[in-house]
Design a protein around this ligand. Structure first.
Ligand SMILES: [Zn+2]
Ligand SMILES: [Zn+2]
Length: 364
C-alpha cells in the first residue's frame, strides 16, 4: 500500500445539517500513532444529535466514531499487538475503542479510562486539538497514541461489526454494572429499541434473563425487538399500565437507552425491591426529573449512569458480534451504505423512524 498524502473528509463546523467535503493533508505520524484507511463508519444516534445541534461537540471536527478500517502505516511505538494479544500488521482490518487514554492520569488510575484527562475521543476532536483526522467520516483516520485496537476476525460482515466500537461496547458496559440475572423469574426491561436496545435484547437473552421486555413507541421497532431476543415488547403507555397493575412483579433491572426524559421516572417506578436502573441514553441535555428519595431507600433501588466503556468492553463486543451476529438479524440493522458526498443530504432529509443505522463507505 502506498502512503496516501491527502484524505477527503466531511468537516462539521456547527451549522445544523451542514457538512463540507474537504481534502485534508495526512500528517506524518508521531510516535505511537497509526494510519488507518476507513472501510466503513456507521452513523450513531449521537452523531445525528451533534449534526442537528442538539449536542455540543468541539468545532470544527470530523464526526463518526463507529469505525472499521485497515491499517496502512504504524509508527515506531504503535503497539504491535491488539486487545487480545494478537499481533498487528499493516493490512489488518481493525476497530478501536472510542477513547484513546493516557493510562496515568487521575481517572485512568481509577479505572475510568473513558474519562481520561488526556483523551483523544474519536469523532469528537476539534481541529484545534491538533488531532484533525480523528473521525470516521473521512477516507483516513489517524489513531492516537494510547488507542486500544482490536483485529477483526475474517468473515464477519461490516454491517454486523461496524457498530461494535460505540453501540455494542456501550451496551456491554451497561450489562457489566448489573448483577447476574436472579435464578427465579428474572425480569429486565430495555427502554428504546434502536441499535443499542436491540443489541441489549440479544445480550439479555444470551445471558439468561427469562423475561426481556423491550419498550419503544414505534411499532416496527417493537416487532424487531422480538427477533432480537425480547420475550415481549410494549409501547411506553402499555408498559406503564402493565407495571402499575403488577407492581410486585416489577423488573430486576431496567436499562434506559432512548434518552427520553419521560421514561426515567417510569423506569425507576417499574423496579421491584432491590432493582437497578441503568441510564445510558441521556447523552444530550434533558430537563430535570423529580425523585422520591424515600422510595429509593425503602425499596433498596440503585440508579446508575454508564457513559461509553472501558476497552475490555470493546473486546467483549467484538466477541459477541462474532458469535451471535449471524444468529440474530444484526446485518439488517445497517440498512444502506453511502459515499461521503451523500451524507449531508441524508442528514438533512432525516432518517425514517424505522431505520436503525446507515453507514458510510468513503471509498465505495
Ligand atoms: Zn456513538
Ligand atoms: Zn488518562
Amino acid at each position: 500500500m502506498t502512503r496516501p498524502v491527502r484524505s477527503k473528509a466531511l468537516v462539521y463546523s456547527g451549522q445544523s445539517g451542514r457538512l463540507e467535503l474537504m481534502e485534508l493533508v495526512i500528517p506524518l505520524l508521531s510516535a505511537g500513532q497509526a494510519l488507518v484507511r476507513v472501510d466503513g463508519c456507521t452513523l450513531c444516534g449521537s452523531d445525528l444529535h451533534s449534526l442537528h445541534g442538539r449536542r455540543q461537540v468541539p468545532l470544527p471536527s470530523i464526526l463518526g466514531h463507529e469505525i472499521v478500517g485497515t491499517i496502512v502505516e504504524m509508527s515506531d511505538r504503535f503497539p504491535r499487538s491488539d486487545l487480545q494479544n494478537e499481533s498487528l500488521h499493516v493490512g489488518d482490518q481493525v476497530t478501536w475503542a472510542i477513547v484513546a487514554n493516557c493510562g496515568h492520569c487521575f481517572y485512568c488510575r481509577r479505572g475510568l479510562e473513558q474519562k481520561c484527562e488526556n483523551a483523544c475521543k474519536y469523532g469528537h476532536m476539534g481541529f484545534d486539538s491538533g488531532h484533525v483526522l480523528s473521525g470516521g467520516l473521512a477516507e483516513y483516520c489517524v489513531l492516537a497514541s494510547g488507542t486500544k485496537v482490536i483485529k477483526l476476525p475474517l468473515g464477519v460482515p461490516l454491517e454486523v461489526i461496524t457498530p461494535a466500537s460505540c453501540a455494542t461496547a456501550t451496551v456491554m458496559a451497561a450489562f457489566d454494572v448489573l448483577p447476574q440475572p436472579p435464578i427465579e423469574e428474572s425480569h429486565i426491561a430495555i427502554i428504546g429499541a434502536g441499535m443499542l436496545g436491540l443489541t441489549a435484547c440479544t445480550i439479555a437473552k444470551m445471558r439468561g434473563w427469562k423475561k426481556v421486555v423491550a419498550i419503544d413507541p414505534i411499532l416496527e421497532k417493537r416487532e424487531m425487538a422480538l427477533r432480537f431476543g425480547a420475550t415481549e415488547s410494549m409501547s411506553p403507555e402499555q408498559w406503564s399500565a402493565d407495571f402499575s397493575v403488577n407492581q410486585l412483579y416489577g423488573c430486576d433491572a431496567v436499562i434506559e437507552l432512548s434518552g427520553a426524559h419521560s421514561m426515567i421516572v417510569p423506569g425507576l417506578e417499574s423496579l421491584r425491591m432491590g432493582g437497578q436502573l441503568v441510564l445510558v441514553g441521556a447523552v444530550f441535555p434533558v430537563p430535570p426529573i423529580s425523585l422520591l428519595p424515600e422510595r429509593i431507600v425503602r425499596r433498596q433501588l440503585t440508579l446508575r449512569g454508564v457513559h461509553n466503556y472501558r476497552s475490555e468492553h470493546l473486546r467483549m463486543a467484538v466477541e459477541f458480534l462474532t458469535s451471535f451476529g449471524s444468529g440474530f438479524p444484526f446485518a439488517d440493522l445497517v440498512s444502506s451504505w453511502h459515499g461521503l458526498s451523500q451524507v449531508e443530504s441524508l442528514v438533512q432529509h432525516g432518517l425514517p423512524a424505522n431505520v436503525v443505522r446507515v453507514g458510510v463507505k468513503p471509498f465505495a
